[in-house]
Design a protein around this ligand. Sequence first.
Ligand code: TRP
Length: 329
Amino acid sequence: MKRILTGDRPTGPLHLGHYVGSLVNRVELQDTYDTFIIVADVQALTTNFECPEMLAGNVRQVTLDNLAAGLDPGKARIFIQSLVPQIAELTVIFSMFVTVSRLRHNPTIKTEAKQYGYTDMTYGFLGYPVSQAADILFCRADLVPVGEDQLPHIEATRFVSRRFNELYGQVFPEPDAMVSSVSRLIGLDGNAKMSKSLGNCIFLNDSPDDIRKKVMSALTDPARIHKDDPGHPEICTVFAYHTAFNPGEVDDIEERCRAGTVGCVACKKRLAEVLNGMLEPIRERRLQFEKPGVVDEILRAGTAAAEAEGAITMGMVREAMKIDYLPRG
Ligand code: TRP
């Protein structure tokens, strides 16, 4: 069975951008791939090192979001990055042959540094693509379902894998990225990306009422003043969400928007209904997994499985690099 590794930073609840960008794919693929899901708490520290106390709650929240979205703990192993020591070990080894200028040119690092207003970067922030390569390669994963913004990191991982194999001998596969059909979801405010730090998100754990309020506040075509003005769906946030979440009706909505026969309010009401319908089974599953101790038990088992896999990989790495000086007696 080929293997998948993917996951999220536990910086807050997961939103619809995560859902269409990656969660849907991972849920669908868990039957045909051996699946590992990382809760990347160390990576979350790259931008939150001053408040590590926020991790404990968010690690559980993100795990719960994955389970609610349909990840089956009987199939997929969900684990905590910082509790798998081999990921840290591999990060150090890989960092020997990844140059600083390669990291500086990583487009996602550049965009994020700008977004956070960094004039200087910490070693950990600049180097997190190396750590992400270790996240993926510690279990020798073949496939990484991710949103489009992650592609430079998967490219970095492929480089690390190739370079390691070239230097020391074949240990790692060269993993492929898998980008979903809706790889980037715009924010409620029309911003190019739904993102917690931009405050323009619909979260998977929003209540039906939150959803209605947020959808009613979403940015539409500003040129439409009266509800029978002809609309421009290509610049409308609500239309983008109909495209992503309401494929059955989207053509009809587009036609009626352009003709001015459906107003923005009606169009938004329909979207809120569709989203609430989609989120209902997610809410039901969440209730199941929310019982005390359930999430911790799932994380404990997933982390033990990840660590066992990491130990196998580190054995291969030490042997390939000839740093297995003291084989067990
Ligand atoms: N960088 C990813 C994000 O911000 C999270 C992540 C960490 C990840 N390690 C990973 C994704 C390994 C895929 C594979 O969403």
